[in-house]
Design a protein around this ligand. Structure first.
Ligand code: CP
Length: 348
């Protein structure tokens, strides 16, 4: 791998990056974390560089970890609310003096700064599955600077980097680590598939023993599942699917339960744009919760993970998320370190 192979590269999904590149990011993130711990400044890495952050959806962790990360690297992050600029829109979705074509926004920002990061999923693209990923890819096509995916309807690659970084930190190894990504109930039916899809991609790429557990109707993208099977074969790991949360969690080293939306919520051809059917699937599976009894089925040293925000009392009990096995807050902090690594590598 050439040392400058990262420079100028977009970060849209881990599927575009090799295992070797991902391992380099994790190594650099660990270096940044250690430097940060001893108060060593590294603000000479991106001096006077600008990151433009466009958030179509809400965020606590992503926004603040990118903003703090840019400050620590010596640059600045601009927060852009699409409703307060001319909302970047794809051809066919434009409204006079209210939106601005993505190609124009991407080219303007490329003249002024050093990277563009975007979060977009769900309502802004009318639940057209893949619609927000296409929008971000369109930004990447037109921009001359790196485009970073801060979560679309398919992928949340920075969350996945923080997830596997946390596993490495806690377990010391990926080999033989049973990683269970499970659906869990939430009263909201609107959480995207991006986190579980990126988590299983990352875990399979690293060669873990990956189990995806969910009720019928919560299936993930076939292309993602196929990629996971391929990664598992290549890395001598495994990838299996279960419809039984308790069975899946048995002897797990990593228990990662969270809600994601059911297939019927998407527009055809993926779903039926049927919110009532989506709600019915959720309501039939309220027993998919991570509590102390579930954690007892896992390995005694197992860790509990969640990308946050968690729906307490639904996805997880307070006892688990606030308990000794929870690494959810380390996982949140690690967003900062992995993102700094990607920004330093791509924006330098
Ligand atoms: N995990 C995550 O992406 O959190 P935010 O929605 O707060 O950014």
């Amino acid at each position: 791998m050439k040392t400058d192979s990262f420079r100028g590269k977009d970060f849209l999904t881990l599927l575009d990056w090799s295992k070797e590149e991902v391992e380099t990011i994790l190594d650099l993130a660990l270096d940044f974390k250690r430097r940060y711990a001893v108060g060593e400044l590294h603000n000479h890495l991106l001096p006077a560089k600008s990151l433009f952050m466009i958030f179509y959806n809400q965020s606590l962790r992503t926004r603040n970890s990118f903003e703090a990360g840019m400050t620590q690297l010596g640059g600045h992050a601009h927060f852009l609310d699409p409703s307060k600029i001319y909302t970047p829109a794809m051809p066919g979705k434009e409204v006079a003096y209210s939106t601005e074509r993505v190609s124009d926004v991407a080219r303007v920002l490329s003249r002024m700064g050093d990277a563009i990061s975007i979060r977009c999923y769900g309502d802004p693209v009318d639940w057209l599955y893949g619609g927000s990923h296409e929008l971000i890819k369109n930004f990447a096509y037109w921009a001359d600077i790196p485009v970073l995916n801060m979560e679309c309807d398919k992928y949340h690659p920075f969350q996945a980097l923080a997830d596997i970084f946390t596993v490495k930190e806690k377990m010391g190894t990926f080999k033989g680590t049973k990683f269970v990504m499970s659906w869990a109930y939430s009263p909201s039916v609107h959480k995207p598939r991006a986190v579980p899809q990126s988590a299983i991609i990352a875990a399979s790429m690293m060669g873990m023993e990956v189990v995806l557990a969910h009720p019928e109707g919560m299936e993930l993208d076939d292309e993602v599942l196929a990629a996971c099977s391929n990664y598992a074969k290549r890395a001598n790991g495994s990838f299996t699917i279960s419809h039984d949360m308790r069975e899946a969690v048995k002897d797990a080293h990593v228990v990662y339960p969270k809600a994601w939306c059911a297939t019927p919520i998407f527009q055809p051809p993926v779903g039926q744009n049927d919110h009532a059917k989506t709600q019915a699937i959720f309501d039939a599976n309220k027993n998919w919760i991570c509590n102390a009894n579930l954690m007892k089925l896992a390995d005694p040293e197992a860790i509990y993970m969640h990308c946050l925000p968690a729906d307490r009392s639904y996805e997880v009990t307070d006892e688990v998320i606030d308990g000794p096995q929870s690494v959810a807050f380390d996982e949140a902090e690690n967003r900062l370190h992995v993102q700094k690594a990607v920004m330093a590598l791509t924006m330098k």
